[in-house]
Design a protein around this ligand. Structure first.
Ligand code: GDP
Ligand code: MG
Length: 370
């Protein structure tokens, strides 16, 4: 706001409104408590009363990643990040498990599964694909609203023995709104009631014209139970990814998105993050949401320690000062002092937002006035 009433200013300064009126009178202004004064006058009053003016603007303190764009020649291909969406019981978890089972690396490792919110597989051809483990539709929307659009491709799972259900339609709408390309997986192809044609026809009503209907949305029939169609699905993901030319700069300070976070009794605050650009390394100092920290260790989805995490790799990070929120951005910074400064600033901003109706502190008052 450009202006503030005398009473409001007095409240925020914790001074008597009558004293402000007197001061204004000395400056030649005759005002009442409900009178609005401009920002310059307000600042004069604040100086008069011996308070320090501290204008806090977000761009002065916080990290501004928008100015920090990577040059074309620094960009390298990165694996696609795929989210699986669809109606409850249509087979999302089963499909994710089946896809995880195709990982050639996991095969070698003997299949120890660490449950983190995302995993990466290496395909037979050596390509990497990252899958987000069932982000609830709410989480997907929430993260999108907070500007964290980590998903490159959505797999819409529809049970071929059922039909389009409310959450299927929700998923379609979210995906369209996010502008993310979709691949339709018609699943449970092993069932006698399997009727994929019915699904394709119903999808037309939602303006999704699959390849089998001469459209350009890829579709595939799969069974998580028998494994039929899985390789076909992987090939379609890779084809879609190739069309998208997904790239980012791996040779810079890392930036990652929190997929999920929790407090572990033994390990302390933990966050599963997905690297957007740069490479996250053990020892890196970072800010994540309102928390700061230093990477003490990183674990991949197979529970293995990793020293470095490149773009599109999901890792669990140890060494956070507190639990961040899903959708928060983790940014590597140059020093602990800088990390603490940014985290403190964000905490302050968060408090301001929570207490807008309560009497605000001086700093808050000036960030509000500015
Ligand atoms: P979600 O709620 O979408 O995660 O669905 P689930 O993966 O939990 O699957 C719901 C039910 O469908 C379970 O009983 C699964 O065993 C079954 N199911 C999932 N995929 C298949 C499939 O390809 N074939 C058959 N026959 N059953 C399946
Ligand atoms: Mg499930």
């Amino acid at each position: 706001p450009e202006a503030i009433t005398v009473q409001e200013l007095a409240n925020r300064m914790a001074e008597k409104a009558a004293d402000l009126v007197k001061s204004l009178f000395k400056m030649g202004m005759v005002v009442t408590l409900n009178h609005t004064i401009d920002q310059d006058t307000a600042e004069l009053l604040v100086e008069e009363f011996g308070h320090n003016i501290q204008r806090v603007s977000e761009s002065d303190v916080d990290i501004d990643t928008t100015v920090d764009v990577d040059a074309d020649e620094t960009l390298k291909n990165r694996p696609p990040v795929v989210a699986i969406m669809g109606h409850v019981d249509h087979g999302k978890t089963s499909l994710l498990d089946a896809l995880r089972g195709t990982d050639v690396v996991r095969g070698e490792a003997g299949g120890i599964t660490q449950h983190i919110g995302a995993y990466q597989i290496k395909t037979k051809g050596g390509d990497l694909v990252t899958f987000l483990d069932t982000p609830g539709h709410e989480a997907f929307t929430e993260m999108r609203m907070r500007g964290a659009n980590v998903t490159d491709i959505v797999i819409l799972v529809v049970a071929g023995d059922d039909g389009l259900m409310p959450q299927t339609i929700e998923a379609i709408n979210h995906t369209k709104a996010a502008g993310v390309p979709m691949i339709v997986a018609i699943t449970k192809s092993d069932k006698p009631e399997f009727n994929p044609q019915k699904i394709r026809e119903r999808l037309l009503e939602h303006e999704i014209i699959v390849e089998q209907m001469s459209g350009d949305v890829q579709d595939v029939e799969v069974s998580a139970k028998t494994g039929a169609g899985l390789q076909d699905l992987i090939d379609k993901i890779l084809l879609q990814a190739e069309l998208m030319e997904l790239k980012s700069n791996p040779d810079r300070a890392a930036e990652a998105t929190v997929i999920e976070a929790k407090l572990d009794k033994g390990k302390g605050p933990l966050a599963t993050v997905l690297i957007n650009r740069g490479t996250l390394k053990v020892g890196d100092i970072f800010v994540v949401g309102t928390q700061s920290g230093r990477v003490r260790a990183m674990l991949d989805d197979k529970g293995r320690q990793v020293k470095q995490a490149p773009p599109s790799l999901p890792v669990e990070v140890l060494g956070l000062g507190g639990v961040p929120m899903a959708g928060d951005t983790l940014t590597v910074v140059e020093s602990e002092a800088r990390a603490r400064e940014v985290a403190a600033f964000r905490q302050e901003q968060a408090t301001t937002k929570r207490t807008t109706s309560a009497p605000a502190s001086l700093e808050n008052m000036f960030s509000a006035l500015a």
